[in-house]
Unconditional design. Structure first.
Lengths: 386, 348
């Protein structure tokens, strides 16, 4: 497959692995946080860790849109379904995320709730067009990558007067999450989690560019290398982070230059800016409330804002929901703990029966670790597989 | 009395629709059976026309299997629910080394379903049964109210005979065996997804839906000691191998590069965020056999049209955890786990 296979070649991987092995200083360790779930998924799916020296460790970051959405927001969507006759459209992974009281949208659907899995905002708009007598709410989640299509849908709904369509906006901002993470006590004090550098967001950066991360090296002295989601991207970017660390440099570099520019996609950013504006504060799972870290729909488009249409979705109705008390998702999202540090991992919590959001999405650290990597903790690797 | 005067007029197979009377057991039911089902499926055993069909005992060990089909959409590139319902049960029988002989067919029809579509589906069933060398010898039809079905559901059950010396079973895989697949993985699932509402995309991929009893007969003729045969349907290769590893109490080690996957299937999966190892097949089999007999079996499989892309994709190893592991094409290792829930597309 052109433009894909080139970035998955074993011989190139071995070549970069050799370079990394030669570059690392055996006297020290390298703790590199891959920010996005897409990176985490690639690392586990392709076995990238197997090609790394033992002193290069990946710390899985919070960049999984499903994982960081707090349970309180899902509770709101469930409350909406229970009190109003609406069709709720959402991306697939959201269906299985546990809400309070062991509920989920999937369970709600099984009980008769009209929840539709969509691939794009256009599908949701079509559902609204085809069901003019019913309220259709799009449960919008995700980082900057998924925000422009939501903005497009709102503009289309306005232009075509699709009055029964509205958006429950939960879009969040990546740079704010990085600040939240770097300011969290465990990371800031460095006593519980050491981060030497970041593999920076891939698809998100195609929208916002590489400039918004400048504060990370400037304020926190940590290197950032924007990395694509293919395994060779991850390896090459890892080498670039290691080189920066070795040279005592801290800059934003761009490995994913075939897609990401310093300025990003200005048209998409302008569109988002036209339709949405900053929320004062938004709760993140694992990172708590972070100021100016999420978007809401501007008053000019309030006609399509589900929060304006349904009282149960307003900020005033928000209730902070606590995760299962043994669930370590919050610590895992900050890189403080590994999936295997959680007492529920692989026992009460599996992809079939997730207790926390990190076990739901294939981009979640727990799901990736469980689905692709758990053989590393057993004796089975000692079996001669030749 | 002839058919012409037993029923008031002829069943309208052009614009007619299924209605509740077709499932009532009355005259409309009889007309549907005679002018649609029997028209296509006619054979001397079915023609007995009784509640149960009497058939001669083949005098060997019998194998029985059943499979219900609830697919959406009903028509897809390379087949429809009718051909699929025949292939599904024929293959389930054949996977125990049996020669499939007879099928039953139970239809649950939704009120309002076009008779023209039903006619096409039953014609496909007849064609698939003839090609597979089996007869549909008994059937049943029920009609549910509009909104309580999804057009048509079909259950088929089948009976076959198996040589009592054969011991093909999911618990027989042992360390040192090799894993063979009969061809490319994921074709059926991608063909289905390409024609699903909201997901329509253009692809040249057709479903691989096919009866595998002919291929298996050739494999059995080699007298190789085949330990396991299974068709990787729902959940795909990954899930089926996990079932076998669990059942046999072994581990399996795959080589990603050896697994045949068509570029178009790969591309579609890439686009949809799916893993082809978890995508369904309806005309492929997994064979586990001793390493020393693998090449002979592979050669025979490759001579059959349904096994021309057969390949050895891995081996059975000792592993107390019963993991299916894979050496990735990239050069790393990973687990190939059970499918969790439905395979859902990723968000970004």
């Amino acid at each position: 497959m052109k433009f894909i296979d080139e970035y998955r070649q074993q011989d190139v991987a071995k070549h970069i692995a050799k370079k990394i092995a030669a570059a690392v200083n055996p006297e020290r360790s390298y703790h590199i946080m891959e920010f996005c779930g897409g990176h985490t998924h690639a690392i586990f799916r392709y076995g990238v860790q197997d090609l790394m020296p033992a002193n290069v460790q990946y710390i899985h970051g919070p960049g999984c849109p499903v994982c960081v959405l707090p349970m309180g927001r899902i509770d709101m969507a469930i409350q909406l379904m229970k009190t109003e006759d609406v069709i709720l459209c959402t991306y697939a992974d959201m269906m299985r995320v546990p809400a309070s009281g062991q509920e989920s949208l999937l369970k709600l659907k099984a009980a008769g709730g009209d929840v539709r899995m969509v691939y794009s905002t256009q599908d949701a708009l079509n559902i609204a067009r085809n069901n003019p007598q019913r309220q259709v709410v799009f449960f919008a989640i995700g980082f900057e990558t998924t925000t422009p299509p939501t903005a497009v849908a709102i503009k289309q709904a306005q232009a075509q007067n699709i009055e029964n369509f509205s958006v429950f906006c939960n879009h969040v901002l990546t740079p704010a999450a990085m600040t939240g993470l770097l300011e969290s006590p465990e990371v800031a004090q460095g006593d519980q989690v050491q981060i030497d550098g970041f593999l920076g967001p891939s698809h998100v950066s195609s929208i916002i560019g590489s400039k918004p991360y400048e504060f990370v090296p400037q304020t926190y002295g940590k290197p950032v290398v924007i990395a694509g989601f293919e395994p060779l991207d991850v390896m090459q970017a890892t080498l670039m982070v290691i080189n920066q660390i070795n040279q005592n440099r801290a800059e934003v570099e761009n490995e994913y230059s075939r897609v990401v520019t310093p300025e990003g996609n200005r048209k998409a950013c302008a569109l988002v800016d036209e339709v949405m504006t900053l929320r004062d504060s938004f709760e993140w799972r694992g990172l708590g409330f972070i100021a100016n870290s999420a978007l809401k729909i501007r008053p000019e488009f309030s006609q399509f804002d589900a929060e304006q249409r349904f009282a149960c979705l307003r900020d005033s109705a928000y209730v902070i929901a606590s995760d299962h008390k043994a669930c370590e998702c919050p610590s895992i999202l900050r890189g403080v703990k590994k999936p295997t540090d959680c007492s529920l991992f692989g026992k009460a919590c599996t992809p079939e029966n997730p207790m926390g959001s990190c076990m739901v999405s294939s981009e979640g650290a727990c799901a990736a670790y469980w689905s692709y990597g758990r053989f590393r903790d057993t004796h089975s690797t000692e079996v001669n597989c030749a | 009395m002839t058919a012409a005067n037993r029923f008031p007029g002829k069943l309208n197979l052009r614009t007619g629709k299924v209605d509740m009377s077709h499932g009532s057991g009355g005259r409309a039911s009889a007309q549907l059976i005679e002018q649609l089902f029997v028209k296509h499926l006619d054979n001397p055993l079915l023609a007995q026309g009784n509640d149960g069909t009497v058939f001669p005992s083949p005098g060997e060990q019998l194998v029985m299997s059943t499979d219900s089909h609830v697919i959406s959409p009903l028509f897809f590139p390379g087949g429809n629910i009718g051909s699929l319902a025949v292939h599904g049960t024929v293959n389930d029988l054949a996977m125990s080394g049996a020669r499939p002989l007879y099928l039953s067919a139970g239809f649950i029809l939704e009120e309002g379903f076009p008779l023209a579509d039903l006619n096409t589906i039953v014609a496909s069933m007849a064609q698939a049964a003839t090609a597979a060398g089996v007869q549909i010898i008994t059937g049943d039809t029920k009609v549910v109210e509009k909104g309580k079905g999804d057009g048509v559901f079909i259950n088929t059950a089948g009976v076959g005979v198996v040589d009592s010396r054969r011991q093909i079973s999911g618990e027989r895989a042992q360390a040192g065996d090799v894993v063979i697949v009969s061809g490319s993985m994921g074709d059926h699932g991608v063909a289905i997804m390409s024609s699903r509402e909201n997901l329509e995309f253009e692809t040249t991929i057709e479903s691989d839906s096919a009866a595998l009893n002919g291929l298996i007969a050739d494999m059995l003729a080699t007298e190789a000691d085949i330990h396991c045969l299974r068709d990787p349907t729902r959940g795909g290769l990954a899930t089926t191998l996990n079932e076998l590893a669990q059942q046999s109490g072994v581990g399996i080690k795959l080589k990603e590069q050896a697994i045949p996957i068509k570029p178009a299937v790969h591309a579609a999966c890439e686009l949809l965020g799916l893993d082809p190892l978890y995508v369904a097949n309806e005309g492929k089999l997994i064979c586990i056999c001793p390493a020393k007999q693998a090449q002979q079996l592979l050669a025979v499989m490759r001579q059959h049209p349904l096994g021309s892309d057969a390949a050895i994709i891995g081996e059975v190893i000792e592993d107390p955890h019963h993991f299916v592991q894979m050496e990735t094409a990239f050069g790393g290792n990973r687990i190939v786990d059970w499918l969790a829930g439905e395979q859902l597309p990723r968000i970004c």
